[in-house]
Design a protein around this ligand. Structure first.
Ligand code: IMP
Length: 194
């Protein structure tokens, strides 16, 4: 079976790693770098769908290949759903992922409401237009930062209740089975494979 070429609208190594792990059979995922393209899009929309669309449509325009983009983030109940679409920029300019995560912990320090969820919107653009696939994963925010684990972004503080573990304490394979991105991507793969 020949694999279908898809352009992947991301420069984020962690996302690329997770996406490539899920979209395996039947697909050949090419990053902007692998296509020799410079891909920079300002995420100016206020919804996950809006930003995912900006990215997939821009990449389709410059690559001519069917293009897929992910926009995702964490929505915290005690912060009325923030940082949401702004998760990548939360806190102050120059913050690392860890700074942002520790800043979030400070913002909700002492608050008994620890509910949060990750949300992911996948946008897919080809000659027929743009389609969306979404996934949500509910969790509980820890009181401290897990220094020993792996995972990226907010994973060191995100506890997934059914496993009683943080996303930083489970393997990428286990995470993909239950994560917002895994759910959205499996829907997308179903659509693509017909
Ligand atoms: P964007 O989709 O590039 O705007 O960035 C989404 C941001 O949300 C990331 O930079 C992370 O901070 C956070 N995020 C999204 N998905 C995950 C995840 O699976 N684990 C940890 N953080 C995530």
């Amino acid at each position: 079976m020949t694999s279908k070429k898809l352009a992947l609208a991301s420069n984020n190594q962690n996302k690329i790693f997770e996406l490539k792990k899920i979209l395996t059979t039947g697909f050949s995922l090419l990053t902007p770098k692998e296509l020799g393209l410079v891909f920079e899009v300002e995420e100016t929309e206020s919804t996950f769908e809006g930003n995912a669309r900006l990215k997939s449509e821009h990449l389709y325009k410059i690559s001519g290949l069917p293009s897929v983009a992910d926009d995702s983030g964490i929505c915290v109940s005690a912060l009325n759903g923030d940082p949401g679409v702004y998760s990548a920029y939360y806190g102050k300019p120059g913050f690392t992922d860890r700074d942002r995560t520790e800043f979030l912990l400070e913002e909700i320090k002492g608050n008994p409401d620890r509910a949060a969820y990750y949300f992911c919107c996948i946008a897919y653009t080809d000659g027929n237009g743009t389609k969306f696939f979404t996934g949500k994963c509910e969790g509980i925010l820890a009181e401290d930062y897990d220094e020993s684990g792996f995972g990226f972004g907010y994973d060191p503080i995100f506890i997934y209740p059914p496993l009683k573990k943080r996303f930083s304490q489970i393997s990428p394979e286990e995470k993909n089975k239950v994560s917002h991105r895994g759910i959205a991507l499996r829907e997308f793969a179903k659509f693509l494979l017909g």
